[in-house]
Write a protein that binds this ligand. Structure first.
Ligand code: ARG
Length: 574
């Protein structure tokens, strides 16, 4: 990568001139019409060396030019240092790109052990559009971290242990004979997914009006959490039915988890943990419930205490999340835990992290981070709903977008890959989500997402299809034939490739896949401009033809790699 070589070489030059090298940093040029790279270090050095920036930039440029020929160093008043890369260097870079199986993206030399907690669906509730972002962003971040060489574990953290379980069971009890679970010889009731999907919303609505029902559900939750005979095996069956369905939905989205743990998994850690909080004087009773103060002196907003146990003794969201931290520290011992969860849960995570630090559940340097995201809105700007105003199930959403994507595909494409509508549809859906900064809300607009032109997943997939069909028609590149980069469009493609490589690291640092989405789009655009202005198939000059094929293949490799990291499946034709 040129930017890295330039950085290292310019630092070496600075050392030779006895300038402090920490002031030297080469960046991509903000005047690409003049040069490809620049360094503004002379201004910082001017203060230290008490010399004019122009003089310093000139000295750096002169020394650089003595040593290196791959780029021309030019000084622009009042002290800018610009680098114009030679065509030979661009040709070498292209060769490097094509020969590197990682397309120039280096592995980290400081691998971290990271747990990413994402997905987070609740048992007995169908996945809906609200589950989309966590799955899509979490999966992309997991793949990115892994690709960069970090040791990552993706954990779904199922909601399988809270009040909603008591609600479902209370609802089921009214409809079915559950005595099989409680020791009678009655036949085992057949509780289907459809039953669960129907019961949960009913039970949830009812608990808001019917106090006796609510109390019963709480009682059941508590007894379940005691692993009571009857409730526990019933709960296991409910989980199995629900998880089988959840797995299907995630599979359709090509989202995979390493751990299918749930809130229930950490159960054995909860009581000892809470006992130790009480023993150490962190937790205390208030109105029958157990709480802990997590406010800090520097707080500018009120910070309510964290609730650890309800007055009826039941475990809750915070206690299972805390015990999961204990469990992860014991079983995985990660350097970082990331929670890809809706921004509206910000307070929960703030309380959680403070509690975990205060009580020493994690090491001093363990990173705990909420990776928040905004809401999915409809084209009316309000939270996305079905036409009837209900919550859109994820299954239905995938069906609708696959259908829309399928309509755009050619017959040949459908024949080549019968899964193409789902793959293209999901790629469109994922890209539409990932391209916007995750902190913001975004508008879910199916028609826009599946368009072939514009900043869409379909456009990127189509660009790749185009490259592959070009190579199928015109032949594969042959590095032994040599390369010669010589015009603006070719150089532009190579610049965008480097920017995309840089974007891998930015996306990781900021936990923002949007960096990758934007840079991949810019590369596809630059490639399409190049493609439109070069008649590759008809070119008779073997050197030029080979250069163009090499460039196309290298872009194809990098695009494919990036789409895979973003979690988008590709197709052979469209
Ligand atoms: N099940 C939770 C919900 O539906 C999301 C879980 C997020 N992850 C976590 N570790 N709290 O709101």
């Amino acid at each position: 990568m040129l930017i890295r070589t330039l950085n290292e070489d310019l630092k070496a030059v600075a050392r030779e001139l006895e300038y402090p090298e920490d002031k030297i940093s080469v960046t991509y040029s903000d005047r690409p019409d003049l040069c490809q790279f620049q360094c503004n270090g002379a201004f910082g050095l001017a203060k230290v060396l008490r010399r004019a920036p122009l003089q310093i930039a000139q000295a750096l440029a002169d020394k650089f030019s003595e040593r290196y020929t791959y780029a021309k160093a030019e000084v622009a008043p009042p002290g800018f240092l610009n680098f114009v890369v030679t065509d030979e260097a661009f040709s070498d870079l292209l060769k490097e790109f094509l020969s590197d199986p990682r397309c120039g993206v280096e592995k980290t030399d400081a691998p971290r052990k990271i747990v990413i907690d994402y997905g987070g669906p609740n048992i007995a509730k169908p996945l809906h559009v609200g589950h989309l972002r966590s799955a899509v962003i979490g999966e992309a971040l997991k793949r990115l971290c892994r690709f960069l060489g970090h040791d990552v574990t993706g954990d779904i953290h199922l909601g399988d242990w809270g009040t909603q379980m008591g609600l479902v069971i209370a609802g089921l009890e009214e409809r079915y004979d559950l005595s099989y679970y409680f020791g009678s010889d009655a036949p085992k009731p057949e509780i289907t997914l459809a039953d669960l999907n129907e019961v949960y919303p009913m039970a949830s609505a009812r608990s808001k009006e019917d106090e006796a029902f609510r109390a019963k559900a709480q009682e059941i939750t508590f007894r379940l959490q005691q692993h009571e005979e009857g409730y526990y095996p019933l709960w296991q069956d409910i989980c199995a039915t629900s998880i089988a369905d959840i797995k299907k939905d995630y599979a359709a989205l090509d989202v995979e988890f390493d751990l299918w743990n749930g809130e229930s998994t950490c159960d054995k850690y909860v009581d000892p943990m809470i006992d130790s909080f009480i023993e150490k004087g962190f937790a205390y009773e208030s109105d029958g419930a157990l709480i802990m103060d997590v406010a800090e002196e520097t707080d500018e907003k009120p910070m309510p205490p964290i609730l650890l146990r309800k007055s009826n003794g039941a475990q809750i969201y915070a206690s299972t999340d805390l015990a999961t931290i204990v469990e992860r520290m014991e079983t995985i011992d990660p350097d970082e835990m990331w929670y890809v969860v809706d921004a509206r849960q910000g307070l929960h995570f703030e309380q959680l992290f403070r509690c975990a630090r205060k009580t020493g559940l994690v090491k001093e340097d363990t990173v705990l981070q909420h990776v928040p995201f905004g809401t999915v809105n409809g084209t009316d700007g309000k939270p996305f709903k079905t036409r009837e105003g209900g919550t859109m199930k994820l299954k239905d959403l995938i069906a609708i977008i696959s259908d829309a994507a399928g309509k755009q595909l050619s017959e040949g494409a459908l024949a080549l890959d019968p899964e193409a509508p789902r793959k293209v549809g999901c790629a469109a859906l994922k890209y539409g989500d990932l391209v916007c900064n995750r902190n913001k809300n975004y508008i879910f607009d199916i028609d826009k997402f599946v368009q072939f032109d514009g900043k869409t997943g379909s456009y990127l997939l189509y660009s790749l299809v185009r490259i592959n069909s070009l190579l199928a028609k015109a032949g594969q590149p042959d590095l032994s034939l040599g390369l010669k980069i010589e015009d603006k469009e070719e150089r532009e493609v190579l610049m965008k490739m480097q920017l995309l490589v840089t974007a891998y690291h930015q996306a990781f640092e900021e936990k923002l896949p949007s960096f990758l989405c934007e840079a991949a789009y810019d590369l596809a655009n630059a490639f399409n401009v190049f493609y439109g202005s070069h008649k590759i198939v008809g070119e008779s000059d073997p050197l030029r033809r080979n250069t163009w094929l090499t460039l196309s293949a290298a872009v194809g490799n990098l695009l494919k790699q990036t789409l895979t990291v973003l979690g988008m499946e590709t197709v052979p034709a469209m």
